[in-house]
Design a protein around this ligand. Sequence first.
Ligand code: NDP
Length: 324
Amino acid sequence: MKAIVLEQVDGKTQATIKQADLPAAQAGDVLVDVEWSSLNYKDALAITGKGKIIRQFPMVPGIDFAGTVKHSNDARYTTGQQVVLTGWGVGENHWGGLAEQAQVKSDWLVPLPVGLSARKAMIVGTAGLTAMLCVLALEEAGVKPESGEVVVTGASGGVGSTAVALLHALGYQVAAVTGRESTHEYLLKLGASRIVPRSEFAETRPLEKQIWAGAVDTVGGGVLAKVLAQTNYSGCVAACGLAGGFDLPTTVMPFILRNVRLQGVDSVSAPFERRTEAWERLANILPESFYETATTEISLENAPEVAADFLNNAIQGRTLVKIR
Ligand code: NDP
C-alpha cells in the first residue's frame, strides 16, 4: 500500500511517500480501505517532528480516517461496511490513516452514521468530533442559546471552525476569537455573530466583566485564563486544546466566586457510546454550507508540506486528504 512513512534520520523526522506493508493482523483486527483522512494539529506535530508525538519509527501518521471494511475478524463489522476512526493512539503508536489501508482494533471503529459520507466524516475528523464533544459539555452544564453569548477561541482552526458552525446551527450567539484579520469574513460566513481579536486576550485580571455564558477553548494559556475571568456566573468553559500553550496562568477566583465550571474535553479515549452520540449529532446538525466553506482538499503527496503550515498558523478550517 502507498503511505506516508515517518522515519528518523540524524535525529530528525523525515516524511516520505512510499510503499509499505502493514504489520501482521492480530485477533479482533479490522482491515480498512482508507478513502479519506485529514490533517489535524497533532498530525502536523508528528509529521514535522516539532512535537514528541511519535516514539517508535517507522510510523505511518494520520490520527483519523474514514473508509470501507475490507476484512474483519470481528462479527460486529462486515466487508463493505463504512467506518470512521479517530484517536486511540492511531497515527501515534499504531500505524495510521495517511495510507491506502489501515489495520485497527474493532473497538476503535465507529460505523458511519446515516447521512454522513466518508468524505464528510473526514471534513469533520478528529477536530470536528472534539468540537462536538465540547458542545455536548456546554449543553450538559446547562448553557442554552438563551443563556447568552458563547466564545470560541482559535476560531479559524479545525476545532474552532466546527465549533462556530455547530453553535450557530444550534441557535447560539457566537463570538469568534482569532489572531488573523484574513479569516474574519470566513468566520462570519460560518456563523460567528462577531469577531474578537486575539490581541484583546493578552492581559488578564483574576476577575473581569462577565461576558460569556460558555466557551470552547482550543488555545489554552493566557487566552483561556482571560476567558475564565470573563465567564458569567455558573457558566462553563470546555477546554480541549493548547495551540497557544499548555500552561494556565489563572486564579481560583472564577471558580469560587462565580461558580464557573472548567470542563476538560478529550476525544482520544472517549468511550464508544459517547462517540456514536457525537457522530450522530454532527451528521444532523452541520449544514451543507459548513462542508463547502470549511474544507481544503489536498492529496497524500501534499500532506507533509501542508503539515508545516499548521505550525505557522496558516491553516483555515479543515484539511481533507484524498487517499484514493
Ligand atoms: P488548528 O491548527 O487547525 O487550529 C488552531 C488555531 O489556534 C489556529 O487556527 C489559530 O486560530 C489558533 N492559534 C494558533 N497559534 C496560536 C497561538 N500561538 N496563540 C493563540 N492562538 C493560536 O488546530 P486544531 O483545530 O486541529 O486543534 C486545536 C487544538 O485542539 C490543538 O491544540 C489540538 O492539539 C487540540 N485538540 C485536542 C483534542 C482533544 O481530544 N482534546 C482533539 C483535537 C485537537 P486563529 O488563527 O483563528 O487565531
